[in-house]
Write a protein that binds this ligand. Sequence first.
Ligand code: MN
Ligand code: MN
Length: 461
Amino acid sequence: MKLNYEVKNGWEVARNNNNLENIFEYSKEYMNFLDNGKTERQCVKEIVAMAKQEGFISLEEAMLNNSIKPNQKIYAVNKVKGVALFVIGKKDIEEGMKIVGGHIDSPRLDLKANPLYEDTNLGMLKTHYYGGIKKYQWVTIPLAMHGVVALEDGSRVEISIGDEEGDPVFCITDLLPHLSADQNAKKMNEGIAGEDLNVLVGNIPDKNQESDKVKYTILKLLNEKYNMIEEDFLSAEIEIVPAGKSRDLGIDRSMILSYGHDDKVCSFAGVKAIFDIEKPEYTACVLCVDKEEVGSDGNTGMKSKFFENVVAELINLQGNYVELKLKRAFANSRVLSADVTAGYDPNFASVYEKNNSCIIGNGVALMKYTGSRGKSGSSDANSEFVAEMRQMFNREKIAWQTAELGKVDQGGGGTIAYILANYGAEVIDCGVGVLSMHAPHEVVSKVDIYEMYRAYKAFMQ
Ligand code: MN
Ligand code: MN
């Protein structure tokens, strides 16, 4: 009998399981997903296209058929910014679901409603940052622009500049060191202010205009390409994100450097995992929601009634709907709140407590609780549920570890875990460690993301 607890190295576990090739294959697919899904809307498109190929039908289609049966695969889209995938179980939904819930929004810069102006021959766009960013990280890097413009006539134009071969990019300027005496003396979080995050977009004056000539050139080009006028910015959602593709990181290509791992990495793992689920006992569900980075509020965030409404529709398709069945469905559910955590970073060792940190390369991480200070705002998983997960991961020979977000009183954070826990479901945070989380380019280890996918699959099956 082994008395001491020891975390296994994920790569060694993977080697023993003969999974090394699978890890690199999976990573390629994930990187492709990242490159095509810079925004939540693009992610939804990607996920729905993949789901259709796997035989999923829309909730609307299922409602037309007026029934669902075990092993039926269904997707439901929430305003093009969120999506839920289901594989219907043998048991009725009221007996509970196995849910993997992640988010597909990532920190970024959103264009303001009235963004375009010019100053000293430079065309600029005003932004308002979204989510928790360190502003100084967003200057001088190549940026791309993705989003939608809803025109007054009701049509919708998709904008994408900066990520296609040959596209121009954008950037936010920083001050030269020669003139940075004042800036250098500031605190790090004041060096670049929110209102300094203005994106550089043009320099050529229009020949027929009296004033705002550079601005006019930009408007003319936007009008030619997207048929939009300046007022259309008011009804647009345009996101400024790092330009370029995800990259292999390391001489051994063991990691991935990319924008948006948080939390496309867990959402993708959930989506891939549910594609492998066949004839589950309990209905399997993967949720990819929006607005986690800003508190999960609004009609596309986890706190919205979307998910509840969809489950109500499914219960209705299984027979007749009564509210009690819906309540039972949630209270009987088991949930992996699929989100990333802080990977232990030896460059910043002082903020971590090594024995309880997520170590990059040691596999998927279970986080019993999150929160700040005295666990404020945390959803603390019940030990009985943690034991269930332990048993399952060990049985399936999954590389896993436990994690806590940094030292006590160093900071903290939360996920969507508490929202479903409030319904009475058993919920635990389960995801991978990320280095440089919320930076324009974040780091994950390929073995961790693969073990996460295996963990989600074992859970839902
Ligand atoms: Mn997250
Ligand atoms: Mn985050």
